[in-house]
Design a protein around this ligand. Structure first.
Ligand SMILES: Nc1ncnc2c1ncn2[C@@H]1O[C@H](COP(=O)(O)OP(=O)(O)OP(=O)(O)O)[C@@H](O)[C@H]1O
Ligand SMILES: [Mg+2]
Length: 337
């Protein structure tokens, strides 16, 4: 079965997240739709504050108390939005797992590493304590934790940041999830370990058909592991397509700017990166038209008044969707990844 025919593992449909704040409501995620198939990895990229984490925290049912969410998300046929906690916990951390952006706050301080990993294996898979400890050890070794047998009996505060991040990954993988949401999973790790973890995730995707949403700032990581990429700007997906299409020839001016701000492999490493000019819009006061308009060289009167919808590909046009009144044409950009 080719990947484009594989069943949809996670289906996110017109998801929106609004936060109530003392200064008024803040629109963090707007009409976010994305379907991820079995065995597929979708990279999710965009500047800080674009709504990447909140989109997927909504899917997990883990938004802050001041959030209002609308739209739907499904794990297979199982609806995820507005479910009660007891029902969500039947598949959260089991079939649907998340590696959180901040590993320091998401580990339990008073439980050993071994206990934390084994807990869900015992609870959800019904394993014996002994079997769960053996699986915990194997997982720690898989995520390249050094000295794994000793680590099992250590507490999170005894570990370095990089080790904690790997423990988080082991916990997320403990029950062999169907869908993994990985929010900047390798940012605290050095390049060699990062490559090993990404290769482990790629293997789980290929061999077990795990579906993955990989949130990252690093387009090099996207190029290395993702099949498709979703580019987010001001809470919306502005471009979606295969990694090959989008990174070779971006159609949204924002995607092109993101690519241009990436360090080149042949850069000598001196001098600052070309940053994208201007600032993302204030999510409390989004502009009426295209949210990227104020920073876009191609913006005209239409862009200022009418928000461009995300338009899917026409017949024979590949898989690309783009939300722009004046999309870039042709092989505008090429870069060795
Ligand atoms: N509890 C909250 N109350 C109000 N606003 C919030 C809350 N949580 C998040 N936000 C806002 O929601 C917006 C989207 O945040 P989100 O965490 O999804 O960004 P992100 O794309 O993951 O950024 P980063 O790359 O920095 O992780 C931001 O403007 C953020 O300040
Ligand atoms: Mg985030």
């Amino acid at each position: 079965m080719s990947q484009s025919e594989a069943p949809i593992a996670l289906d996110i449909d017109q998801l929106s997240v609004v936060f109530d704040t003392p200064d008024g409501s803040l629109s963090a995620v707007n009409d976010f739709s994305l379907a991820i198939r079995r065995g597929e990895c979708v990279g999710v990229v965009g500047e800080s504050g674009a709504g990447k984490s909140q989109s997927f925290l909504a899917v997990m049912g883990l938004l802050a108390a001041n959030a209002r969410v609308s739209g739907q998300a499904r794990l297979g046929t199982e609806p995820l939005i507005d479910r009660d906690v007891a029902e969500l916990n039947r598949f959260r951390g089991v079939k649907l797992s998340m590696i959180f952006q901040d590993p320091m706050t998401s580990l339990t301080p008073h439980m050993t590493v071994g206990e934390q990993i084994a807990e869900s294996i015992i609870h959800h898979l019904g394993s014996s304590a002994e079997a769960a400890r053996a699986r915990a050890l194997a997982l720690l070794e898989q995520v390249q934790v050094t000295d794994a047998p000793r680590r099992l009996d250590q507490y999170p505060h005894e570990l370095s940041g990089g080790m904690r991040q790997r423990v988080m990954i082991a916990i997320a993988l403990a029950c062999d999830p169907e869908v993994l949401i990985a929010d900047e999973p390798t940012t605290a790790l050095d390049v060699t370990i990062q490559a090993q973890i990404l290769s482990l995730l790629a293997t789980l995707k290929r061999e077990r058909g795990m579906a993955m949403a990989l949130i990252t700032h690093d387009l090099g990581v996207v190029a290395g592991i993702a099949d498709r990429v979703a580019v987010m700007y001001a809470g919306r997906v502005v471009e979606l397509g295969t990694v090959h299409e989008v990174l070779k020839a971006p159609k949204h001016p924002y995607t092109a700017a993101l690519l241009a701000s990436m360090p080149r492999i042949d850069d000598s490493g001196t001098g600052p990166l070309p940053a994208i000019g201007g600032q993302p819009p204030n999510p409390r006061r989004l502009p009426a038209g295209c949210a990227f308009g104020p920073r876009c060289a191609k913006a005209d009167a239409l862009c200022r008044t009418d928000r461009p919808p995300l338009v899917g590909p026409g017949p024979g046009e590949g898989t690309r969707s783009v939300a722009c009144h004046h999309p870039l044409q042709g092989t505008h950009h090429s870069r060795e990844m």
